[in-house]
Ligand binder design. Structure first.
Ligand code: IDP
Ligand code: MG
Length: 149
């Protein structure tokens, strides 16, 4: 079963959007298999955003993501990686489609509320970076037969 890594950033936490965001993935029908609330270390943030190391916004991004608590999550389901990216919306909340998390809830690219893995390889590496294997829970939601034919 496919898994993805999602993180509600410090702006989402400070704005009280944790419940709203988790609700969207829950009601969509995906399964929560990992959840933790933490203030990321500098090292974790730099590793997580390593691909952007050369970008002008890198230092500010790392400073922001380490500034406050984030909600780190692993969600499971068929097609969850691409579907979660769709539900999150475009990187810039101003151009993100209404109906998406960023499109509905944000206005600035540097405060875009949530992170989501962009591909199977990044999902795998980000899950491994943020979670130990034993922190992920294998469970069968009772809803399964009502969500899958
Ligand atoms: P994504 O989060 O939609 O995958 P990426 O291009 O991977 O977007 O960028 C990672 C994060 O870096 C973004 O979510 C955003 O917080 C930040 N970011 C990207 N581009 C800019 C920018 O031009 N200015 C400020 N922050 C940016
Ligand atoms: Mg990205």
């Amino acid at each position: 079963m496919e898994r993805t890594f999602l993180a509600i950033k410090p702006d989402g936490v400070q704005r009280g959007l944790v419940g709203e965001i988790i609700r969207r993935f829950e009601t969509k029908g995906f399964t929560l298999v990992g959840l933790k609330f933490l203030k990321p270390s500098q090292e974790l943030a730099e590793q997580h955003y390593a691909v952007h190391r050369q970008r002008p916004f890198f230092a500010g991004l790392v400073e922001f993501i380490t500034s406050g608590p984030v909600v780190a999550m692993v969600w499971e389901g068929d097609g969850v990686i691409a579907a979660a990216r769709k539900m999150i919306g475009a990187t810039n909340p101003l151009t993100a489609e209404p109906g998406t998390i960023r499109g509905d809830l944000g206005i600035n690219i540097g405060r875009n509320i949530i992170h989501g893995s962009d591909a199977p390889e990044t999902a795998k590496s980000e899950i491994g970076l943020w979670f130990k294997e034993e922190e992920l829970v294998n469970w069968q939601p009772h809803l399964t037969p009502w969500l899958h034919e």
